[in-house]
Design a protein around this ligand. Sequence first.
Ligand code: GLU
Length: 550
Amino acid sequence: MDYQYLANILFSDVTETPEDMEKKYPPRDLKEGAIVSRMAPSPTGFVHLGNLVQGITSERLAHQSGGVLFLRVEDTDRKREVEGAVEILIKTLSHYGIHFDEGASADGDVGIYGPYYQSQRAAVYHVYAKQLVLQGQAYPCFCTEEELEQMRAEQEKEGANFGYFGKWAKWRDRPIEDIEAKLKEGTPWVLRFRSTGNIENKFKFNDLIKGEVEVTENDIDHVLLKSDGIPTYHFAHAVDDHLMRTTHVVRGDEWLPSLPFHIQLFKALGFKLPKYCHIGPLMKMDGNSKRKLSKRKDPELALTYYKAEGFPVESVYEYILTVLNSNFEDWRRANPDADAGDFKFSYKKMNPAGSLFDYMKLKDVSKNVISKMSAERVYELATEWAQEFDEEFYKLLTADKARSIAIFSIGRGGNKPRKDYAVWSELKGYMGFFFDEYFKIEDSLDEKFDKSLVSRIISDYKDIYSAQDGQDVWFDKIKALGEKYGFASNMKDYKASPENYAGSVADISGFIRLAVTGKNSSPDMYQVMTILGEEKVKQRLAAWASELAG
Ligand code: GLU
């Protein structure tokens, strides 16, 4: 076969050569050890935790090493494409702290290695397609859908492996006359790789996350260019990651089975193989077994879910680091106040089998993250969330900013800040009682206490409470009130002989708490009452006292 002739009739319009491409896309001038990594999503409009995991991994590896992170849009499958998907992706990732140095951006392409949309790179792929034909490593295939279906049916009948290979590869060694005849008829064709692999052969490959893996050679003549001249993922991956000078390909391990083919392709094209980091899937416990998070079953896979729940971005980011690097938690304990970006991220600390996603753990992490924020920051983030997801609450929170910040200040700061809420959607439950619009007696009085007695205590307390009192006087008054009704003012005495008392000062505080907040637990009552103000406190005490009196 005259490959030169074949290459010329298939790609008559290609005038550039691989050498021209090398000049157009020169090696990057980066310091030793700098990693060039990328995200290469398909614009489906759905941004999920898996994207974030991959994004954070790529971003950390690139930026920690003084390298480059770029965004390439893999829009070769027009059927899956969704309008505006790239903007959504860029916005979402940047919200989570993933900023690209180069590539597709909201303002068009940035960088000299573009275009960064695969749909705009047909001419580049064709240069290499032509080269492979010239080398006898690719050939056109004119099989119709029906013929391929028939092939599959026969393979099934014979118990043979599926795919276009060996004797099934009808166009692999067809004479040039047949090819020309088909071309003349205008029959659509795809370009296939001429594989010389043998599935009897296995070889070892070193993946940076998985470690040494044994893989089987590829013997399938996979498609490189579809009938519209658009490349398949595999071919575009090889050409783009070579020309864009990617040093580390970080991607999901669903691509691992295609790796032998990718290795063949890089070799056939004369490209240096990049390093691969195949990330295992995110899993969750379902009953007693683990399974992959699924788009259909698990709403928590979508990043929009975290926004709607009101997880601060920092919490999700911090949690993903916890999941991705087994030493992150230890580091965090040793460096409680450090910026998460100071952590030395390493692919060596990633679990080759994938990570378990634990929602409760995420909430714990988030409680911790929020507990360290300033009240002003909590105000800023909580109102931002409420504005979008709870307009009524937003209005109440912003009606008196100073008061809201005072509420958020309760229990904040010091060595042991309170950890009451993990997401902004829990705030209303936690602090709603500060607003009459949400206040109601939610919890009930312990049945062991007589309602009319408690009513009298509360009513008495209403008469002695003064917002002018300092915390000591405030507490002394509560103790004295308890004593008057036979409640121990000293917990030690009470514990030593509870039978001598009607209860303790803790019970008295509990009554007041229930009257004022509607709950049996709340943040520091002295501060709560100070913020509520004397009038409102007394109003609530009076209302509950009369309710209890019946
Ligand atoms: N478009 C591919 C995907 O979304 C990219 C995989 C890769 O990063 O190479 O799975």
